[in-house]
Write a protein that binds this ligand. Structure first.
Ligand SMILES: Cc1cc2nc3c(=O)[nH]c(=O)nc-3n(C[C@H](O)[C@H](O)[C@H](O)COP(=O)(O)OP(=O)(O)OC[C@H]3O[C@@H](n4cnc5c(N)ncnc54)[C@H](O)[C@@H]3O)c2cc1C
Length: 388
């Protein structure tokens, strides 16, 4: 089977690596002229980390990533710890992989290094995909074309291939995410105990953690977006504007935000769940299928899960069983994404309560119900263990 993957993001590259491991060749077409992931951190939960370990990336991740020892939630104005649970060795013991925080570029390069060098073609913007009797035709912006037996849409939130299934548009959330990277020596107190720190406050929150072996602190600060609608990792915001948005927050929070020389600003969008995940011999993975808001740090993790599940289904398929393999993939992924999406939606409310009754209930419930073991449904899920 000739498989074409459109998009060399984390989902597309993981799929290619998983297929390659299983002896199935796939070719990735990427519109960018060079492969350079954005300068930002990412949290890699064990439901994704475990799958990457199986691809052979355990040693690599240990070298480039950080294993935070805890996740800690704090109040925005007095820095009081609302709740914390251990990660570190407990997480690896419970869920078979650590919780990692990693520079996206390092993760991207690690995946690329798993692939044969001739299996990714850059400068290849797909502009049309047409079903034909024997195969699927991909046409590129520069007039080239290619054929495949199966095309996988891993082309992100603005997916061209998604439009074969539904004609929706990304939905604006009202929030922007400011993202910054800070040399760790400027915030060395955060390295005493490397952890994922979240500060919750009315209408906004901040997440920060070390990456790159502890040399850099990465943060994401959300705030109401005002008129800002640009959705690009390249768009710049201003540190001053960000600090203004966090006026009144504890000096420790402002210290993190102000330590950045520059910030990028991204208007957050999602989309409704897809009714179907495939159309003929085209199937979707990652943000192309299910972009969710980043209030759960699971977007990329779910793309990695999709990739592992699809690779499993295609590997198990009989020579004439492509339709059944794709149905099996969709059957398995749809309920999983629905559960993650519902959780992200509840986080969206939960992270941003005004001071008052709901906020006090949240803080109390966190104490009573949260913990590493309560995340079994999320972190313990094995995307390669399929039903049916
Ligand atoms: C602020 C923020 C913080 C986040 N933090 C986390 C986190 O901590 N943990 C986590 O798991 N997730 C996180 N996410 C979510 C995560 O970033 C995304 O879910 C993930 O990067 C999506 O990967 P993807 O491969 O599906 O899509 P993308 O990364 O968007 O990749 C799509 C690729 O397809 C290419 N492409 C697009 N159209 C075409 C075309 N027509 N032809 C050829 N190529 C094409 C693009 O150039 C791109 O390379 C965060 C998101 C945001 C916005």
């Amino acid at each position: 089977m000739r498989i074409a993957i459109v998009g060399a993001g984390l989902a597309g590259l993981t799929l290619s690596a998983a297929l390659h491991r299983n002896g199935i060749a796939a070719h990735v077409y990427e519109q960018a002229p060079e492969l350079a992931e954005v300068g930002a951190g990412i949290q890699l939960a064990p439901n994704a980390g475990r799958l990457l370990h199986r691809l052979g990336l355990a040693d690599r991740l240990d070298k480039v990533a950080v294993r935070p020892v805890a996740l800690e939630m704090r109040r925005y104005h007095d820095n009081a710890v609302l709740f914390r649970h251990g990660l570190g060795a407990d997480c690896a013991d419970l869920y078979g992989a650590p919780y990692y925080t990693v520079h996206r570029a390092h993760l991207h390069q690690a995946l690329l290094d798993l692939l044969p060098s001739d299996s990714v073609t850059l400068d290849s913007q797909v502009v049309a995909v047409t079903d034909r009797e024997e195969d699927v035709l991909l046409e590129f912006a520069d007039g080239r074309s290619a054929t495949a037996d199966l095309v996988v849409g891993a082309d992100g939130i603005h997916s061209l291939l998604r439009a074969r299934i539904v004609t929706d548009q990304p939905r604006f959330s009202g929030h922007a995410a400011y993202r910054g990277l800070v040399p760790a020596e400027r915030l060395s107190h955060l390295l005493d105990e490397p952890k994922v720190l979240l500060w919750f406050g009315p209408g906004q929150h901040v997440v920060c953690y070390p990456i790159s072996g502890g040399r850099t602190i990465s943060f994401v600060a959300t705030a109401p977006a005002g008129g800002w609608r640009v959705e690009s990792w390249q768009a710049s915001g201003s540190v001053e504007e960000l600090a203004e948005a966090y006026e009144g927050w504890h000096p420790e929070v402002l210290g993190v935000l102000r330590a950045a020389d520059s910030v990028q600003k991204w208007a957050l969008h999602d989309r409704d769940p897809l009714r179907r995940w495939r159309d003929g011999r085209v199937v979707m993975v990652g943000d192309a299928a299910h972009p969710v808001l980043p209030f759960g740090a699971q977007g990329a993790a779910q793309g990695i899960e999709d990739a592992a599940a699809l690779a499993r289904c295609l590997t198990d398929a009989t020579p004439t069983g492509l339709d059944e393999a794709l149905d099996r993939y969709e059957r398995n992924r749809r309920p999983r994404i629905a559960a993650v999406r519902a959780w992200v939606q509840s986080n969206t409310r939960n992270h941003h309560y005004d001071d008052g009754e709901q906020q006090r209930q949240r803080d109390g419930a966190m104490d009573a119900n949260w913990g590493l073991t309560s995340q079994e449904w999320l972190y313990g899920y094995d995307a390669e263990r399929l039903d049916g």
